[in-house]
Design a protein around this ligand. Structure first.
Ligand SMILES: Nc1nc2c(ncn2[C@@H]2O[C@H](COP(=O)(O)OP(=O)(O)OP(=O)(O)O)[C@@H](O)[C@H]2O)c(=O)[nH]1
Length: 289
């Protein structure tokens, strides 16, 4: 048995901290233990004080001031520093017993989830393949209001897929802030976004959400290459048949419980599929015994 952890990820403002707070509240109500880790070195304030806070190790503000870095370079420096000081995490997380759910509240800079290999190194260290042996699941949040702009929604879907491919851990995608779209779109139409229907992308040129984008218009005027690109993206998402989104309303306790139960299922499914390989040091210990 090992501990459980959820990495709450997604673009800036997607609702990561609010969702983390909703999980904590739900776990407190159901008398389950949780441990809240803030990994955003630029975070400002919290409703629940983190049990472990990267800002005790390093803050983005200090890095930007002392090293003359911008916010993105500064964030990368903070994560490199964390990776060089992993005992900051292990000293706090190792002693936790198995009943704990560890919530990692991540920063919103999108490059962390797309092309920089810092997050894979961190998840490797935390996960069942690494020394901390935590059963991890990624929860990737995307604002549900993106559904009113298909181009934006599909760009978000691609970044969720990128995180999914890069981290190689159980993964659930979540449409956050559902309270903001319920009156804007029918349930039936919403289902086409939660179980991503790539036909939505293959719209004709009259579709306002596509033609409203001046770049899209230019592309279409210059030979329809934008339509071709849409088709290629649709095919890519379709081939990657696991892309779907859970709907989250943090005001609704059942919705939070439902999302948590999906996270739990994703972890259990992964555990059953891939029994953990013993690490080298464990194999040596077995050998000596
Ligand atoms: N209506 C509504 N607003 C929400 C919801 N979740 C978050 N918000 C608001 O959206 C804003 C951003 O929420 P956060 O939880 O701070 O988002 P975040 O992803 O942690 O933001 P960063 O850490 O800056 O990337 C805040 O003003 C929240 O109050 C929701 O479910 N419904």
């Amino acid at each position: 048995m090992s501990k459980f952890g959820v990495l709450v990820m997604g673009p800036a403002g997607a609702g990561k901290t609010t969702f983390s707070n909703a999980i904590i509240q739900h776990l407190q109500t159901t008398r389950r233990s949780c441990f809240y880790v803030n990994l955003d070195p630029a975070a400002e304030s919290f409703a629940y004080t983190p049990d472990l806070d990267i800002r005790e190790l390093i803050t983005l503000e200090d890095v930007m001031e002392e090293l003359q870095l911008g916010p993105n370079g500064g964030l990368i420096y903070c994560f490199e520093f964390l990776l060089q000081n992993l005992e900051f995490l292990s000293e706090a997380l190792d002693p936790l017993s198995e009943e704990y759910l560890i919530i990692f509240d991540m920063p919103g800079q999108i490059e962390l989830y797309t092309h920089i290999p810092l997050l894979p190194s961190l998840t490797q260290y935390l996960s069942r393949q690494g020394p901390l042996n935590i059963n991890l699941c990624a929860a990737y949040l995307l604002e549900s209001t993106f559904v009113v702009d298909k181009a934006k929604f599909f760009a978000g879907t691609l970044s969720a897929m990128s995180a999914m491919l890069m981290l190689e851990i159980p993964h659930v995608n979540i449409l956050s802030k559902m309270d903001q779209v319920r009156d804007m779109i029918s349930r039936r139409e919403l289902r086409r976004f939660s179980n991503v229907d790539v036909q939505l992308l293959q719209t004709d040129e009259e579709d306002s959400s596509v033609t409203a984008n001046p770049m899209a218009k230019d592309a279409m005027l210059s030979g329809g290459s934008f339509k071709q690109l849409n088709r290629a993206v649709a095919q890519l998402i379709d081939d990657f048949s696991m892309v779907s989104f859970l709907q989250l309303d943090v005001q609704d306790e059942d919705s939070v419980a439902g999302v948590l139960s999906h996270i739990d299922d994703a972890i259990q499914f992964h555990e059953a599929q891939e029994p953990r390989e013993p690490r080298d040091d464990e194999q040596e210990a077995d050998h000596e015994a």
